[in-house]
Design a protein. Structure first.
Length: 363
């Protein structure tokens, strides 16, 4: 297939203490800080990435919204994908912050919606996703400059249209992911981009097919994003050696501690990443669960737990395979994040037709 349709290629700034030379070995120079995460973002901008994810964690690293306010004036063209957690902040204040950030970015804000528990609080899946749906609906209304009248289970608001608006006057794109039935149905109703973590190619296609049906049942259309790590080197042998080196000092207990410290460590999506690691272990090709998809990174990570590993042609072919399935946005990362950003930009990015994601204009 000729890949003439552009896709969005994003990088990742390690705001949640997720940067290593060797997985599981703390390096003070790679811990989340303003300076370190700023340098990752500026590296991604210099390398012509379209967007960069700023993740959110309560007990890990630094704050995504505060960081976005600091980095926004330093960026000239790249978008920010700012992660926000439902229930963390009073919604009108959050909407005002997002609109202000969008102005600072001259209209280049995108939003990653996170549905999770908060420290000291645990909600079952059903009410938690009802809260998430209400949050997404009310936030989109306010960011579109409209009056919000909601008497919901979790959000009760009766507000005139806000004065502080986004540059376009419309809500930024909402990126959202989750593998449970509740998460999928919430995405079908209220997301713009459905994000998924690495999986086998057949599983990825099944997820896309399922989400297309769910969105259609609400008379909606979703775009699809794929969040993965990447290790690219001049040859496949060198890429595999780099993968092996990354986990060469990892203690299994420390890896388990890292996986379990996240608030979503028992979610369906996280369990699926563990299943991939188990399948790879049975497959007899190291930690590879299928061609060029390496699960070793998931030994010390609760979320996205696999990496595309190979030479430039192999990595490009893997990305193009996902594009053929319908993926239109990629959020990539690697260890250490700044160096791997340079390598991907050198070997692969120039061969991809890419630009920031847009949604079709409604007639």
């Amino acid at each position: 297939m000729i890949h003439d349709k552009p896709v969005e290629i994003s990088w990742f700034s390690a705001l949640c203490d997720d940067d290593y030379q060797f997985l599981g070995i703390d390096d003070p120079s790679l811990k989340a800080s303003w300076a370190h995460c700023r340098d990752i973002a500026l590296t991604a901008e210099r390398n012509n990435f379209d967007n960069i994810l700023l993740p959110s964690g309560y007990e890990l690293g630094i704050d995504s919204i505060a960081f976005a306010g600091g980095i926004a004036p330093l960026l000239e063209k790249m978008r920010l994908l700012v992660a926000i957690r439902c229930g963390e902040m009073w919604l009108p204040q959050l909407a005002r912050q997002m609109a202000t950030l969008d102005q600072m970015l001259h209209g280049r804000l995108t939003i990653n919606i996170i549905s999770s528990d908060m420290p000291g609080q645990s909600l079952p899946s059903d009410p938690r996703y009802r809260r998430t749906l209400e949050t997404m609906q009310a936030l989109r209304t306010m960011l579109s400059g409209e009056e919000v009248q909601m008497n919901g289970e979790f959000i009760k608001l009766d507000l005139a249209p806000p004065r502080i608006r986004t540059v376009s006057g419309k809500s930024p794109l909402f990126y959202f992911g989750g593998m449970s039935p509740n998460a999928r149905d919430t995405a079908a109703q209220a997301a713009d981009v459905f994000l998924m973590w690495p999986d086998t190619k057949d599983a990825v296609q099944d997820i896309i097919n399922d989400m297309r049906k769910r969105a259609a049942s609400y008379n909606r259309h979703l775009k699809f994003g794929y969040r993965a790590h990447v290790i690219v080197r001049e040859t496949e042998d060198k890429a595999r050696a780099a993968a092996g080196l990354l986990v060469s000092r990892l203690d299994d207990k420390i890896g388990a501690d890292i996986r379990n410290r996240s608030l979503d460590s028992h979610s369906i999506g996280v369990r699926r990443q563990a299943e991939l690691r188990d399948a790879a272990a049975r497959g007899g090709d190291g930690d590879f669960v299928e061609e060029n998809l390496w699960t070793g990174v998931g030994r010390a990570r609760s979320g996205c737990g696999a990496a595309i590993v190979g030479d430039p042609d192999q990595v490009l072919a893997k990305i193009n395979m996902y594009r053929d399935m319908g993926i239109e946005a990629f959020i990539l990362s690697g260890y250490p994040h700044q160096q791997e950003c340079d390598l991907f930009a050198k070997y692969v990015l120039p061969h991809i037709h890419h630009r920031p994601l847009t949604m079709p204009t409604k007639s």
